[in-house]
Ligand binder design. Structure first.
Ligand SMILES: Nc1nc2c(ncn2[C@@H]2O[C@H](COP(=O)(O)OP(=O)(O)OP(=O)(O)O)[C@@H](O)[C@H]2O)c(=O)[nH]1
Length: 882
């Protein structure tokens, strides 16, 4: 009996409509009219292949027919045999089983599907077991011989994948005893599928090597679905279809071999897809930048200031900083871009880069002195000499000046010391002489130096009874440097102890040969106290001035020198000046360093307002915008604008200079700065009445230092003490507020009390300096010297309840009680501590002399052994000073 399937089942398998299947079947010549029409299994297979491939296979139909016919005929021919079965005790079922077993054994080499089919056939056609089997075998063998042909047709069509069958043991008796039509159907179907499966399995094995992925890409179809699927499970025939279209497509488009993956970027751009490209762009940009820059302009000549940093030099050369640093590096100079170049480095760099370097003074940009300089023409007339009196402290400078102008300045001054530069003009025999009152204290050396700039003649005062002193020597040096003619005033000649020859001799030794000894220096014996010799001095000054032929043009723009400056209440910044050339008038526009303004008033030494100052005369100028520095040159300008511009340029320069110097010192003195980390510093906020004092005190304070302590001025200025000053001190550690000739008032005092800030005010510089010295000394660590008293040798040791006792003999000096002790073994100090007991026999003694025996106990130390040396010593604290 030939198994059949209905058209709608085929349609369902193929996923197309039954109508289409009917049509295709009709095309094939099959007798199919509707979805319920059935076809044989072979016809179904052919039909399916036809539908899938469009190729009509004739063979299956014929074959099927032949097979069917053969089977049918054979069955008919063998039928009689079945009717006369052999005499056998066995029941038909038993026989059937035996037969089945034989069959299984016989066909054990055949495929599983074949066995299943045989088994089913046996069950259905029990009476014709043998014949049927034979026939079936024939039919199957016939089908089997046709198999390769079918497979070829199937190649491009539908392929059925069947799960691998269970092992043979699963075909037990029970399996054979489960007759079922559906089973039979599935079995037949299964057989057909199994053939394909075998082929597919072979291919699969081959393809597996190429990649299992292909299978995954296929569409998995359960060709039975629904109840059939369940049955198929019973038969262990889960059949899945692979959509070979997909497979074919893959074949048609060969899979490209995978390109090796680019290495994953590592780092912060790892997640950015375009990161590598981005970096590349950035690199390119950088390249362009560095490449273009140096080629822009070839610099062959540069003008640079004396103080120039590496990066500034590179900028001037229009080259990258790295180029300059590289050259320096190759020469063994480790410099950074902010380092200053020395003259040697500049020379080397100029050669390396082939650049001509000119060092220019940036001050030229605001050198109004030079810009406004006028040649002394025939209009120039005689001017008064400017005299500076200098000398050692207390040699009588102020007394001399006082004697000269017949005014008692000394008595008015606090502490009897000159505090700041004053200037005045006197008349001698109808001729003017201007004196600059320079202070005698060492702190004013800086101001003295400036004073010499405007000085025509220097008078060195030497007390005839005291002779040449350190400051005298300093003055001699300054005088020589200035090149100004010198007159020596031998003061205090009224004193009995006066020894002018001694002074002359000392001065001659220093290159100032007295005129009466054949030299060129006038030595004028005088007495500021009695007034003796004053006229002689003035006469000599005039004579010397005569020789100098001092001239100035009164009609020129005024040029003056600032000898003193301060901030005055009600007047603002004021400056005492000596006019060097021209005439300074009220209403003139003036520039003075970084300050500028219009002269509002001129006040002479008698505190009278005057309208103008002629050359070599002095006055206090009111009208500047800020306090100028001592020694600064004041010049009249044509306009406010001009004065302002010069001042602003100077201001910029000062600012830059200060900045440069602070950096420069930081870099150059790096090592010492680090060493100074250990340095204790006394912070100071300093306020003074006038600029001159400020500079003098600053200079003196900076000299108060040693390896351990120093003064650090954190703020300083001219003017009264303000609340800001108090706040500054309150917020700083180790800080004092110093006022010189200024005193706190009202709210400032209250704030200082509230903040517990100690304001120290002074009117005498050396008192201020002495106090600071005392404070610094107090900050210094105490110093000790050691005094060794003597040594003793340990001859024996013995224990006592209080500790180890060393029996010694003093071999040098004496051992003393209450001092310190050290134990020396083989020349090495092994212990240092306190002596707790010193005994002579059983008595405590204060000391033991040389050659005597004694017992010694050392605090907390019992390890003394025979042969050790015990030494006693004292530490003596020394007075520390700066
Ligand atoms: N006997 C005598 N004493 C003098 C003479 N000149 C000055 N003195 C005294 O010497 C002391 C110092 O005089 P000053 O004029 O203050 O000396 P100085 O050089 O100006 O001192 P400083 O301003 O501190 O630099 C005073 O006590 C004067 O009285 C003199 O010619 N004879």
């Amino acid at each position: 009996m030939t198994e059949k399937v209905r058209v709608h089942e085929v349609a369902k398998e193929l996923g197309i409509t039954s109508k289409d299947v009917v049509k295709k079947a009709s095309d094939m010549g099959l007798d199919v009219k509707s979805a319920n029409s059935s076809v044989t299994m072979q016809e179904a297979e052919s039909l399916m292949n036809y539908i899938m491939s469009g190729e009509l296979a004739e063979a299956p139909k014929t074959e099927t027919e032949t097979t069917a016919k053969t089977t049918s005929d054979t069955q008919k021919e063998k039928a009689p045999k079945q009717e006369t079965p052999k005499a056998d005790d066995k029941k038909p079922d038993a026989k059937q089983e035996d037969s089945a077993k034989k069959e299984v054994a016989k066909e054990k080499d055949e495929s599983d599907e074949k066995k299943v089919e045989t088994k089913t056939a046996l069950k259905e056609e029990k009476p014709q077991i043998k014949e049927s089997n034979d026939t079936q075998e024939e039919a199957e063998s016939s089908t089997a011989t046709e198999e390769p042909k079918k497979m070829q047709i199937k190649k491009s069509g539908l392929k059925i994948v069947k799960k691998k069958k269970q092992p043979q043991e699963s075909f037990d008796k029970e399996d054979f005893e489960q007759p079922s039509k559906s089973k039979s159907t599935v079995s037949t179907y299964g057989k057909m599928s199994a053939d394909v499966l075998e082929e597919l399995a072979k291919k699969k094995k081959i393809k597996q090597a190429a990649g299992a992925k292909k299978q995954e890409q296929g569409v998995k179809i359960d060709i039975f679905g629904g109840s059939l699927a369940e049955v198929s499970m019973d038969m262990d025939d889960q059949v899945v279809l692979l959509d070979l279209n997909a497979t074919e497509r893959r074949d048609m488009i060969p899979e490209e071999p995978r390109k090796p993956k680019a290495p994953k970027p590592i780092g912060r751009n790892a997640n950015k897809k375009a990161a590598p490209r981005g970096r590349k762009v950035a690199r390119d940009k950088r390249k362009k930048y560095t490449k273009d820059k140096p080629e822009d302009l070839v610099v062959t000549h540069v003008e640079i200031p004396e103080d120039i940093r590496v990066y500034e030099f590179a900028e001037k050369l229009n080259r990258p900083i790295s180029d300059v640093i590289k050259v320096l590096f190759s020469l063994g100079l480790m410099m950074t871009k902010n380092d200053f170049l020395g003259s040697d480095e500049i020379e080397i760099l100029s050669e390396e880069f082939g650049v001509e370097v000119t060092i220019v003074d940036p001050k030229d940009a605001f050198n109004y002195e030079e810009d406004m300089a006028e040649e002394i023409d025939e209009n120039a007339t005689k001017r008064a000499p400017v005299i500076t009196i200098m000398g050692h402290v207390d040699h009588g400078k102020t007394s001399l000046l006082d004697a000269i102008r017949k005014a008692k300045v000394t008595e008015d001054e606090a502490g009897g010391i000159t505090q700041h530069i004053g200037a005045y003009t006197i008349e001698q025999n109808g001729e003017a002489i201007t004196f600059i009152d320079t202070p005698g204290h060492a702190a004013f050396s800086q101001m003295r130096q400036r004073g010499t700039d405007v000085t025509d003649i220097i008078v060195i005062v030497v007390a005839a009874d005291d002779g040449v002193k350190p400051q005298t020597e300093e003055v001699i040096k300054l005088a020589k440097e200035s090149g100004a003619p010198v007159i020596v005033a031998l003061n205090k000649m009224d004193k009995e102890t006066a020894n002018p020859d001694m002074v002359k001799g000392q001065m001659a030794e220093r290159g100032l040969n007295p005129a009466d000894w054949g030299g060129d220096i006038e030595f004028i014996p005088l007495s500021a106290k009695t007034g003796m010799g004053i006229d002689d001095l003035l006469e000599n000054i005039l004579l010397t001035a005569e020789v100098l032929e001092l001239k100035a043009n009164e009609n020129a723009m005024a040029k003056a020198a600032v000898v003193e400056s301060s901030l005055e209440k009600g007047r603002g910044p004021v400056a005492t000046v000596i006019v060097q050339n021209g005439t300074l008038r009220v209403g003139d526009y003036v520039v003075c360093g970084s300050s500028f303004g219009r002269v509002k008033a001129l006040i002479d030494e008698h505190k009278k307002q005057i309208k103008e100052i002629k050359p070599s005369h002095t006055a206090v100028v009111v009208g500047l915008n800020e306090v100028p520095s001592s020694g600064e040159v004041m010049m009249a300008m044509n306009s406010d604008k001009e004065a302002r511009e010069y001042a602003q340029k100077r201001h910029e320069y000062d600012r830059h200079k200060e900045l440069s110097h602070s950096t420069k010192s930081t870099l150059e003195d790096m090592t010492s700065m680090i060493a100074e980390g250990k340095l204790k510093s006394l912070k100071v906020v300093l306020k003074t009445d006038v600029h001159g004092s400020l500079e003098a005190i600053r200079s003196s304070l900076s000299e108060l230092r040693n390896d351990e302590v120093k003064v650090n001025i954190i703020s300083s200025g001219v003017g009264g003490i303000t609340e800001n000053d108090v706040e500054l001190v309150a917020n700083s550690e180790n800080c004092v507020l110093l006022g010189f000739n200024v005193r706190p008032t009202g709210s400032v005092k209250a704030l200082a009390k509230q903040k517990n800030v100690d304001i120290r005010t002074y009117s005498i510089i050396y008192q201020l300096l002495d106090d600071m010295t005392g404070m610094l000394t107090g900050m210094m660590s105490p110093k000790f010297t050691e005094e060794n008293t003597g040594q003793a040798e340990v001859r024996d040791t013995f224990k006592s309840p209080k500790g180890m006792v060393a029996g010694c003999v003093v071999v040098d000096g004496k051992l003393v009680r209450g001092g310190l002790v050290r134990v020396i073994r083989d020349g090495v100090v092994i212990h240092e501590g306190e002596l707790t007991s010193l005994k002579r026999f059983k008595d405590d003694v204060e000391e033991i002399g040389n050659g005597y025996e004694c017992g010694v106990m050392i605090k907390g130390y019992d390890d003394v052994i025979v042969g050790d040396v015990i030494e006693t010593f004292k530490k003596i604290e020394q007075k520390v000073s700066l």
